[in-house]
Design a binder for this molecule. Structure first.
Ligand code: PMT
Length: 223
């Protein structure tokens, strides 16, 4: 394969984040990392220098990719910011929106007669939105939107609100797309319009997505 992304650095986030409650429990989500790892692999095959910031997943590192493992949303934030500058940031990770205010030092114990437990959660920093306004903003900031309904409308809202160049919307909560599945379907939205990709294996979708992203980066020169 030719190397259309040679000389360009891409940062990709993938997988879930785990927000610890105490030494044995955490809040997580069902992201397997498959979508983000497929994107990192496709970028490396096109000759890019790729940094893959990965939440806790059980996947092998794609050939030619530099992987940084993280656990929490705060760690993912720090790792992505440390990986700047880059030509493009692609945020495929499912980052927790909220995290426990404090991590208990010892395992939380049930009290006699206790029927409920209230956890106080605080908002995490939005990695994608902060990359998009960073002084070293990548030329292309690409987000994902995981939605159970009204996929296109919520995705367009995120594209605008988070100041992105492109967003890939996918439906979650259905078999055969979104979390965990080997397949997915994407609605890619940018200033040029909308393009539906799939349903198809995540590796195939990643290849088409990287061709779209590569085309936009080449139009603007290497970085
Ligand atoms: O990992 P898989 O099992 O293969 O599943 C793939 C996927 C469904 C996780 C992936 O395709 C996907 O949709 N990833 C984004 C999931 C998500 O968290 O979407 P969101 O709509 O909640 O967030 C919107 C965007 O903001 C995302 O790019 C997310 O990375 C980013 N974000 C969100 C919160 C936060 N604190 N920081 C962020 O950067």
């Amino acid at each position: 394969m030719s190397a259309p992304l040679a000389g360009m650095r891409l940062v990709v986030s993938a997988g879930p984040t785990f927000e610890d409650i105490d030494p044995v429990r955490f809040l997580g989500n069902r992201s397997s990392g498959k979508m983000g790892f497929a994107i990192a692999a496709a970028a490396a095959r096109r000759g890019a220098e790729v940094v893959l910031v990965a939440g806790p997943v059980q996947l092998p590192t794609p050939p030619g990719v530099a992987r940084v493992d993280v656990r929490s949303a705060a760690q993912m934030f720090d790792a992505v910011m440390a990986a700047l500058p880059c030509a493009a940031y692609i945020g495929a990770a499912a980052v927790a929106d909220f995290t426990p205010r404090a991590i208990a030092a010892s395992k939380l114990k049930k009290q006699p007669g206790q029927d409920t437990l209230v956890l106080e959660l605080v908002k995490t920093r939005d990695v994608l939105a902060e990359v998009a306004v960073h002084p070293q903003r990548p030329r292309l900031v690409v987000g994902f939107a995981a939605e159970t309904d009204d996929v296109a409308r919520y995705a367009r809202d995120k594209l605008e609100r988070k100041r992105l160049d492109m967003i890939c919307a996918n439906r979650v909560g259905l078999a055969g797309s979104g979390f965990e599945s080997d397949d997915n379907a994407l609605l890619v939205i940018d200033a040029n319009g909308e393009r539906a990709l799939g349903p198809a294996p995540k590796a195939e979708l990643a290849a088409v997505l990287l061709d779209i992203i590569g085309g936009r980066l080449q139009a603007g020169g290497a970085a």
